[in-house]
Design a protein around this ligand. Structure first.
Ligand SMILES: O=S(=O)([O-])[S-]
Length: 282
C-alpha cells in the first residue's frame, strides 16, 4: 500500500517544490514528471525531472484516442519512471496542467494517492526564476504492475447512458471544451453538440491567466463550480474531446474534495462518433 499521508500537498507551489528538491530526505522519494514536450524538456527542465511523452497515458487509437491504454502499457510507463509504493509523484506540463491532471487521474485509478500537481507548471517555475537543468536524471526502473484499484474514477459511455435521467440532478457532466464545441458550431467528431443536460465550463476558466496559469484560489473555484451546479452532492463527470483538457477539471474537483469525481476518457471523440448516443442540440 502507498503511504496514507502524502509527503507534499496535492496542489504544490513552485517555491515548495524547490525547497523539497533541496531536502535530501524528501528528494529521494520524489519522482518529478515533465509532460511538456521533448523540445522544452531539452531546453531545460526542473532538476531531477524525467520526460514522459503524454501519448503514453492514452491508447492513441481511433475513434477515441484518449481512452485509457492497456494495463501492460501503464505497467511499463510506471516501471520506467521507477514508481513504487513509497514514491511521491510531482507532475507538470507547459499549458496550465491538462496532462498533469490526467497523470494524477491515472495514478488515482491505479490507487497511488501520493501525488502533487505543480501549480502553474513550467511557466510558473520559470517566472519564479527557479533553476532549470539540462541533465537527464538516472532513473532506477521499478517492476510496477498496474491494476485498476479505483475504477470509480473513470466513467464509461455505458455508465453515462444509464444515468442520463439523473443529469443534472444527482449526476453532472462537466463539459470542459470550448463554447463552440459545446454548442455544436465547432465539430470535431462525426456529430457536434453535447451530452444531454451537460454543464459547460471551459477548462481555462479555472486558471488565473495573469498569474502564469496557476489555478484560481480554491474558494473562488468552489464558487464558480457551485454557480454552474457542479456541486459536491453530485457525481461529477469531466470530459472534453480526448480527456486532455478534462485532466485539469478532474484535478480541480479533486482539489476541492469532491468525493464522487470521475472522468470520461472516451470523451467527445467516442460519444460524438457513435451514431446511437443522444446529443443536444439534436
Ligand atoms: O482532449 S482535448 O479535448 O484536450 S484535444
Amino acid at each position: 500500500m502507498a503511504d496514507a499521508q502524502p509527503l507534499l500537498p496535492l496542489i504544490l507551489d513552485p517555491k515548495d517544490l524547490n525547497e523539497a528538491i533541496q531536502t535530501p530526505a524528501l528528494a529521494s522519494k520524489l519522482i518529478i514528471v515533465d509532460l511538456s514536450t521533448q523540445e522544452l524538456y531539452d531546453l531545460g527542465h526542473i532538476p531531477g525531472a524525467v520526460y514522459i511523452d503524454h501519448k503514453r497515458l492514452t491508447c492513441a487509437q481511433p475513434p477515441a484516442p484518449g481512452r485509457l491504454p492497456s494495463l501492460e502499457q501503464l505497467s511499463q510507463l510506471m516501471s520506467d519512471i521507477g514508481l513504487t509504493d513509497e514514491s511521491h509523484v510531482v507532475v507538470y506540463d507547459h499549458e496550465g496542467g491538462p496532462w498533469a491532471g490526467r497523470f494524477i487521474w491515472t495514478l488515482d485509478l491505479l490507487g497511488h494517492p501520493n501525488s502533487s500537481f505543480l501549480n502553474g507548471g513550467r511557466d510558473a517555475w520559470m517566472a519564479e526564476k527557479f533553476d532549470l537543468s539540462n541533465d537527464t536524471p538516472d532513473t532506477t526502473p521499478s517492476n510496477y504492475t498496474a491494476e485498476l484499484v479505483n475504477p470509480d474514477c473513470r466513467a464509461t459511455k455505458e455508465e453515462i447512458l444509464s444515468e442520463l435521467d439523473n443529469i443534472p440532478n444527482s449526476w453532472a457532466i462537466w463539459d470542459a471544451r470550448s463554447q463552440d464545441e459545446h454548442n455544436g458550431t465547432k465539430v470535431l467528431a462525426a456529430r457536434g453538440g453535447h451530452i444531454p443536460n451537460a454543464t459547460h465550463l471551459e477548462w481555462t476558466d479555472t486558471l488565473n491567466k495573469s498569474d502564469n496559469n496557476k489555478l484560481l484560489p480554491l474558494p473562488e473555484l468552489e464558487k464558480l463550480l457551485n454557480k454552474k451546479g457542479l456541486t459536491k452532492d453530485k457525481t461529477i463527470v469531466s470530459h472534453c474531446q480526448t480527456h486532455r483538457r478534462s485532466g485539469l477539471t478532474y484535478l480541480v474537483a479533486k482539489a476541492l474534495g469532491y468525493q464522487n469525481n470521475k472522468a470520461y476518457d472516451g470523451s467527445w471523440s467516442e460519444w460524438g462518433n457513435d451514431p446511437d448516443t443522444p446529443i443536444e442540440p439534436a
